[in-house]
Write a protein that binds this ligand. Structure first.
Ligand SMILES: [Zn+2]
Length: 254
């Protein structure tokens, strides 16, 4: 089904067939220009490319539901799409809100709950450029604009390396903290680095979430498990698909 389809989303044309076979959930991280010294350049989507992607999707009739993500269905007759942002970066607030509003799309921001108003410590520890994360006021504005928030844990750990108590705390305390702080139900979870196993997934189910996002490539259909949602990385086009595919296979992101 994925033959000839690029491993990431830059423009719609090569994805026309795939996006009709199931509901795509696009995965973004950071918007805007890249600061000096960035290691994972591919996690930045420029504002102009982001606007171009939204414009193209809207032009082709794709919509995000008024509330929540699209339900799983057979194929994608309603041309539904979900737009997701991982980690909670301030640059999404700065560069994303206006284009999303102008094109009438709603998005889900997966927040790293213990670092709200802080920085991407988990990446900075690995030598990545520091970037600020949305603070409470920005998250409230994000919600007021009609967007949704989900949990991306407290500290962005590799969940499968934690013991059960630690993993359960990251998964359920982050949900409760968000709900207490912002007064909204938090229904969606996103595995840091796309890392999960059945035990971690069961903790997400037990915590009361309705869905969980992975970083596995693909669209979602009736047979997709709601706690194993597939996503497609949105990024700019640079090196060859084959070279990038190999690099992505070696890189942890999400
Ligand atoms: Zn992440």
């Amino acid at each position: 089904m994925n033959a000839g389809v690029p491993p990431y989303f830059t423009s719609l044309k090569p994805f026309t067939g795939l996006f009709a076979a199931g509901v795509p959930w696009l995965m973004y991280h950071k918007l805007g220009s890249r600061p000096r010294g960035v290691r994972l350049k591919g996690l930045y989507v420029s504002r102009s490319l982001f606007e171009r992607q939204l414009s193209e999707l809207r032009g082709a009739g794709f919509t995000t539901p008024a509330y929540g993500p699209p339900p799983l269905c057979e194929g994608n007759p309603g041309r539904r799409i979900a737009l997701t942002f991982d980690d909670g970066f301030t640059n999404v607030f700065q560069h994303g809100l206006e284009p999303l509003a102008r094109h009438g799309f709603r998005a889900i921001e997966f927040l790293t709950v213990g670092l709200i108003g802080g920085c991407n410590d988990w990446e900075a520890q690995e030598g990545e450029a520091r970037q600020s994360l949305m603070d409470d006021a920005q998250i409230k504005e994000w919600l007021a604009a009609g967007h949704e928030i989900g949990s991306h844990t407290l500290t962005h750990p590799i969940l499968t390396r934690l013991n059960v108590q630690e993993a359960a705390e990251e998964i359920s305390a982050s949900k409760k903290k968000l709900e207490d702080r912002f007064g909204r139900p938090v229904r969606h979870f996103c595995y840091p680095y796309g890392d999960w196993n059945p035990a971690v997934r069961d903790l997400v189910v037990a915590a009361g979430y309705e869905t969980a996002c992975t970083t596995e490539f693909g669209v979602n259909t009736m047979v997709t498990q709601p706690f194993e949602l597939k996503r497609i990385l949105a990024r700019y086009q640079s090196i060859s698909f084959k070279a990038l595919k190999e690099r992505l296979a070696r890189t942890r992101f999400g």
